[in-house]
Design a protein around this ligand. Structure first.
Ligand code: C2O
Ligand code: CU
Length: 535
């Protein structure tokens, strides 16, 4: 397997969008950042040199990093921040992932500008489980903030309120039509009539689930989170923050210009970015440029049925070359309630002013990021960094679906990890709740991909809900949408010893405490234990 060396220089760079210029943190001066290209099974050494103003880390989202939490990246979970003027070399170990993943900063909100795609091609001598596309392109969905993102989040933290939403969504760094003063720089994707293209789509957005489509063109989704799925042909998709999807599009319409567009999917009273973003699918050849470029019809912002109609179609490919191994005999079932709520601050030590501040929690614990990283504390048995008593609640400990409101249920603050034995067959049931502002939560787990065996609305019920499970060809993913006031169940074998962060991929919620840490203990041998500390 191949070995690659990359250098990422973190530095402030000026960018102009929506008619205003700001300095922002970038990798190698690029936004979006560079594409990390590897083949399945390769290893990439990425040296990150921090020439920026504050400490940052980088995470390789969806890369399992077998036994190698040292290079996983979340700040103060597996490493301390790379200080300005310092560097750190990540050893990014690819095992069975194939398709599209992404990398992003994992320190406060810095991932807004510090992110890029990871493209993992099939090994030599193997090929895609679909006809080879004529060409490929990465498409990154993100959010643009006119102001400085660090100031924005610092202000929100100081006030205890919701941070301001972004000013525009972007496709490959460009707001596009219909955002003022960015029409000229709209991202263009040239296509030849009759050819099929592979688009590698990443939702790097901070806080929004998105609908995405291309005017007059059907798209065929062939992979999600770097695992192949049974092809789905559709006019739109819904992609949640953290997720990646590989889609095929055939240029089979009259040669012209067509908008590629994305719009938010959101059903809550919290403030959100109401704009749309677009790029242009541009046929090559001679034709008259249309005065009105066709725009895709995307579902309405609150159209839950449209989102579900798409997501519930996703099934693993489950072919001979790409088999699935859905674990059957669960040894450890963990229930996790997922809620947005409030916390009472007696003083500034809880990260807000005195009085109530918005918070978020898992099993009613609002996560507090420690100042020493959990991995080091675990590995060296350092006291007072984290506790090992993340609660394992039975279902219905709280009647979360009873719409109890913000003010009757307060989480407690804590840095609590859940310990799991090596080899345990784990099922996690996430129960979305109706406390505070109910909304969907894209839950992400580091160190694993897992099978989404079931999902539904209302309360999870051990007898009724488990009957609906798909144990044949469920999607194998690293991020799942826990539905508003509903549940989602995932399964995996705990075969990757390490310290693995688990959190909502909406940055508002992650920074309010919707996080915890899973620690998979060492197995009996060296090969089933965390690799030694890198020197
Ligand atoms: Cu993409 Cu911990 O995140
Ligand atoms: Cu969330």
């Amino acid at each position: 397997s191949g070995v690659h060396n990359y250098t990422y220089i973190l530095k402030e760079t000026n960018f102009t969008r929506l008619c205003s210029t700001k300095s922002m943190l970038t990798v190698n001066g690029q936004f979006p950042g560079p594409v990390l290209r590897v083949q399945k099974g390769d290893t990439a050494f990425v040296t990150v040199q921090n020439n920026g103003k504050y400490g940052v880390t980088i995470h390789w989202h969806g890369v399992k990093q077998p036994r190698n939490p040292w290079s996983d990246g979340p700040e103060n979970i597996t490493q301390c921040p790379i200080k300005p003027g310092k560097k750190f070399t990540y050893e990014v170990v690819f095992s069975d992932e194939e398709g599209t993943l992404w990398w992003h900063a994992h320190s406060d909100w810095s991932r807004a500008t510090v992110h890029g795609a990871i493209v993992i091609s099939p090994k030599n001598g193997t090929s895609y489980p679909f006809p080879k596309p004529y060409a490929e392109e990465v498409i990154i969905l993100a959010e643009w903030f006119k102001g400085d993102v660090k100031e924005l989040i610092d202000e929100a933290t100081a006030s205890g309120a919701d941070p301001d939403p972004s000013d525009s969504y972007t496709l490959n760094g460009q707001p596009g039509y219909p955002n003022n003063c960015s029409i000229e720089t709209t991202f263009r994707f040239p296509v030849q009539y009759g050819k099929t293209y592979l688009l590698r789509l990443v939702n790097a957005g901070m806080n929004e689930e998105m609908f995405f489509g291309i005017a007059k063109h059907n798209i065929t989704v062939v992979a999600q989170d770097a695992a192949y799925i049974k092809p789905i042909t559709t006019s739109y998709i819904m992609i949640t923050p953290g997720q990646t999807m590989d889609i095929l599009v055939t240029a089979n319409q009259a040669p012209s210009y067509y908008y590629i567009a994305a719009s938010p999917f959101f059903d809550s009273s919290a403030p959100y970015d109401t704009t749309n973003t677009s790029a242009i699918l541009q046929y090559t050849g001679n034709y008259t440029i249309p005065t009105t470029i066709p725009y895709p019809t995307l579902p309405n912002v609150t159209d839950k049925a449209a989102a579900d109609n798409f997501t519930t179609r996703i099934r693993s490919l489950a072919s001979a070359e790409h088999p699935v191994y859905v674990p059957k005999n669960v040894t450890t079932r963990i229930f996790i309630t997922v809620s947005v709520n409030q916390i009472v601050c007696a003083n500034a030590s809880c990260g807000g002013p005195s009085g109530n501040r918005l918070s978020a929690s898992l099993n009613n614990i609002s996560f507090v990021t420690p100042s020493t990283d959990v991995l080091q504390a675990y590995y060296k048995s350092l006291p007072n960094v984290f506790d090992k008593d993340f609660p394992n609640l039975p279902p219905y400990k709280f009647n979360f679906t009873g719409d109890v409101g913000n003010n009757t249920l307060y989480p407690s603050l804590g840095t609590k990890a859940k310990l799991i034995n090596y080899g345990d067959v784990v099922e996690i049931v996430y129960q979305g709740t109706n406390v505070g502002n109910a909304e969907n939560h894209p839950m992400h787990l580091h160190g694993f991909s897992f099978y989404l065996v079931g999902t539904g609305y209302g309360n999870f019920g051990l007898t009724n809900s488990t009957k609906t499970y798909n144990l044949i060809d469920p999607p194998e993913v690293n991020t799942i949408g826990v539905p508003k006031n509903g549940w989602a169940a995932i399964r995996f074998v705990a075969n990757n010893p390490g310290v693995w962060f688990m959190h909502c991929h909406l940055e508002r919620h992650a920074s309010w405490g919707m996080d915890t840490v899973l620690i998979v203990k060492n197995g009996p041998t060296k090969e089933t234990s965390i690799r030694p500390t890198p020197s």
